[in-house]
Write a protein of this length. Structure first.
Length: 144
């Protein structure tokens, strides 16, 4: 069987084009995974962090937010990169608390002034930001 020069060239280049296509698609998938995504965390009707009755959800992500003895704790359903809680005062000022990772990236805690601010009616909102790779989970909870 006689092949012309174009067929020979196609047979020679095909394996290289297949490998190049595979590498390019793998790079694209890796890029898509690290793309920034923002999700809203929904809270139950009555979210009380002082009675450990506050579980925020968004898809598979669940975050349990509690405050005992002036220590705010966040437990996530899977490991995350960081957890930030901020307290918005009635004056409009905001205090940001970057929670510290405990024994694993699912458990976060830090001493905060949230209990005092709520008891003295100094603050009106808590904001939560959870970062996981390219995703951010956000929520804003009114203090009653």
């Amino acid at each position: 069987m006689q092949l012309n020069k174009h067929s020979k060239l196609a047979i020679l280049l095909a394996p290289f084009l297949i490998v190049a296509g595979y590498i390019a698609s793998d790079q694209y998938e890796a890029y898509k995974l690290n793309e920034q995504k923002i999700f809203s965390l929904s809270a139950p009707q009555q979210c009380n962090i002082f009675k450990a009755e506050c579980i925020l959800t968004s898809g598979n992500m669940q975050i349990s937010l509690t405050n005992r003895d002036n220590v705010t704790k966040a437990n996530t359903s899977f490991p995350v990169d960081s957890v930030v809680v901020s307290l918005v005062y009635n004056s409009g000022n905001e205090t940001v608390y970057l929670l510290n990772k405990m024994q694993s990236p699912q458990y976060w805690a830090r001493e905060t002034d949230i209990k005092n601010a709520v008891t003295n009616h100094l603050a009106n909102t808590i904001r939560i930001l959870v970062k996981d790779k390219g995703s951010m989970y956000l929520s804003e909870l009114p203090l009653n």
